[in-house]
Design a protein around this ligand. Sequence first.
Ligand SMILES: C[S@@+](CC[C@H](N)C(=O)[O-])C[C@H]1O[C@@H](n2cnc3c(N)ncnc32)[C@H](O)[C@@H]1O
Ligand SMILES: Nc1nc2[nH]cc(C(=O)O)c2c(=O)[nH]1
Ligand code: SF4
Ligand SMILES: [Mg+2]
Length: 216
Amino acid sequence: MHTLDLVAPTTQELVSAGLQLPVMEAFYTIQGEGRFTGHPAYFIRLGGCDVGCVWCDVKESWEAAKWPVLSIEKIVEDALAFPGRLVVITGGEPLMYNLDPLTRLLKEKGFTTNIETSGAHPFSGNFDWVCFSPKKFKKPHPSIYAQADELKVVIYNKSDFAFAEEHANMVNADCELRLQPEWSKASKLTPEIIDYVKNHPTWKISLQTHKFMDIP
Ligand SMILES: C[S@@+](CC[C@H](N)C(=O)[O-])C[C@H]1O[C@@H](n2cnc3c(N)ncnc32)[C@H](O)[C@@H]1O
Ligand SMILES: Nc1nc2[nH]cc(C(=O)O)c2c(=O)[nH]1
Ligand code: SF4
Ligand SMILES: [Mg+2]
């Protein structure tokens, strides 16, 4: 005799569907970088990254299994407790996950949705602003180029200027172009970036202003 069991989906299946996601931390702060510098924003930092940047400032995010898996309803409910309605989804590498359900729910609740991504995985989600920060350590997925509203390249050594220009040639013509000094080398690199931007005025400089303010 066969019984037809209704088997509850596993956590892994719910994560694959984007209905539950590993969250390293979520915090209300001031966007420190890029186009929305200075704007109050609620950051959702998803756990897990396979890009491996040597200078990454959140290496503790890399291992997804370390972080609690939360339902998208809980993630959005937590965001609603703060007065701001700008959300930044970051990580880790947020595009490791299907972001369609989370961004759909955030937009239903009235949030503006921004993402910080290396573009190393297929694009998903409904975003008002896509900040694409390509990395030499893992090639971006082709789906990111048409989506990027902002290209933000971290400058760690001189060869990164050429890497930045290569990517500028692949994004849409209206994509905003920014160069951001790698934090630990910022005192040496910032004058070089200032010179570069003055000589290549399609670029702007982006600083990690939250680190100067000593806020998350
Ligand atoms: C920690 S990453 C998380 C999102 C995604 N994995 C990415 O790299 O875009 C957020 C932003 O911080 C930048 N970033 C990370 N470490 C940095 C550092 N040491 N100095 C300057 N920017 C850094 C990244 O390039 C990215 O624009
Ligand atoms: N204040 C603040 N601004 C940020 N902009 C991008 C960040 C990130 O880690 O994705 C970040 C962050 O960690 N804090
Ligand atoms: S892609 Fe982003 S989170 Fe991943 S290692 Fe690089 S900077 Fe860190
Ligand atoms: Mg950060």
